[in-house]
Design a protein around this ligand. Sequence first.
Ligand SMILES: [Fe+2]
Ligand SMILES: [Fe+2]
Length: 168
Amino acid sequence: MDYDNIKEIVKNTLSEERYYHSICVAKKCKELAKIYNIDEREAILVGIAHDIAKEMSDEEKIKYAKKNNIEIDNVEEKHLGLLHAKIGADICKKRFGFTDKMCTAVLAHTTGLPDMNMLDKILYVSDTCGEDRNFDDIEYVRNLAKEDIDKAMIYLLELEIKNRIEKR
Ligand SMILES: [Fe+2]
Ligand SMILES: [Fe+2]
């Protein structure tokens, strides 16, 4: 499927706010893909589609996982929200016709994965620093993302861990 088709489905599936988020992520993915010299088309597609399963209810997620043989691990069982990455990757494969490489980027966008490639990293970072996001060091992270994507990843992972500890 091409960008416009997927964008239309995202628009009809998600809330207005999350649709806007998805567009901002796609835009950021495109910008970073250009800088890091990877396929811009793949980058905008994973950007627009990455949260396609984000607004499914817990019930829907469990039902989808069972029906499609998606394993739910111990952590996901307690935090069903995390499942939107696995389910999203599955939808991207079956409905949008994404390649395995693109599906892996969608899979990795919540918690990261070992050995992430450039597309994975770009989606991970774009998810947090698109135009729709705002936090104290956002301009710092946006610049860091353009200069050194690995440093931006580490910064964001550390920030996430700090926030989690604060929230216990
Ligand atoms: Fe997400
Ligand atoms: Fe997102």
